[in-house]
Design a protein around this ligand. Sequence first.
Ligand code: ASP
Length: 315
Amino acid sequence: MIVVASSNGRVGIQAAMDVLKAGGTAVSAVEAGIRLVEANPEDHSVGYNSYPNILGELELDASIMNGRSLESGAVGAMRGYLYAITVARQVMEKLPHVFLAGEGAERFAAEMGHERASDLVREEIMAFREERLKRDMPAEVFDNLAQRSDLYEWVKLATDPQRTYGTVNFLAKDSHGDICAGVSTSGWAWKYPGRLGDSPIIGAGNYADNRYGAAACTGMGEMAIRACTAHSVVFYLKMGMSVEEAGKRAMADLNDLGGRFISRMNLVVLDKDGNSGGFTSHQDGTYIYQTADMDTYVEPNRTYVNIPARWDQEK
Ligand code: ASP
C-alpha cells in the first residue's frame, strides 16, 4: 500500500493512508486526501480560498480515475461547491458519463446533496486579485471587466505563469492492488472564464491503469492537454520503461512542443509495483509519499528536466 502526492498534499496524506490501512479502496483514499487539501484555506490553488478567474469567480476542476476498471469522473469550471473531487467521484459512480462542466456540474452537485457555498474566497484573496490585476490594467478597465469584449487581451497580460501554480495530485495503491489517481484545482489564477486545464481531463492531467501504474500533473495544463502527458507516462510504463525513464520521456515530449506559450510542468508517477517518482521543470520541486510501514511521509526531490519557458513568444 502506498500514497503518493504533490507536496501540498501534506495535509491529506495521513488520512489517505489511514483509509488504506482500514481496508478502504484506493479511490476512497484519494478522495479523503484531496478533500483535506480542498478545505485548506492556506492553499490558494485548490478548493476553498483559491485564486479565482479574471472576473473574480472561483471555478473548480477535478477528476478521479479507478485503475481497476478505467472508470473515471470529472467536473470542470464548477462554481459554488467546495468538494470537487467528491462530485467527480459521484459522476464516475452515479452517471453513465465521465465529465460534467459548468452549470451541469453544479446541478448534479446539488442533486448529490452538496451544500452550495457563496463564500469560498476570502476577502484577502479578492484584495490580492485587485492589486495584482491593477499592475497590468488601468483602474477603469478593472472596474468594468465583466462588461468588456476584450477580456482575451487582458488575460494574456494578467495571467502570470510563474505565480499561478498549485493543484493537488494524489495516487494510491490499496491492499487489493488497485490503483487510483485524483487531481483537484482552481486552475490558473486570473484565467479566462470557462477555461479548463489538464486536471479534469482524463489522459492529460490524470491517468491510472492497474496493469501499469498511474500519473498526474501540475503546472501549465495546456501543455499536458496537448501532449496527453498523464496517459503518455502510463503508456511508457506499459512499454516496459521504469518510473524514471517514463517520467523523463513524458517531460521530453513537453519540451518538444512548439507554439507561443510554454511554462512549467510537474509529474508524480506510481508504477504497478509501488515504485514512485516525481519530475519537475523547475529546480526546487519535491513530492511526498508514504507506504503502509512508514509512520509519516517522506519528501524527496523531484527529478529535474529542463523545459525552457517562453511566454507569448515563438520558439
Ligand atoms: N495544471 C493546473 C491547470 O492548468 C494548474 C496547476 O497545476 O497549477 O489548471
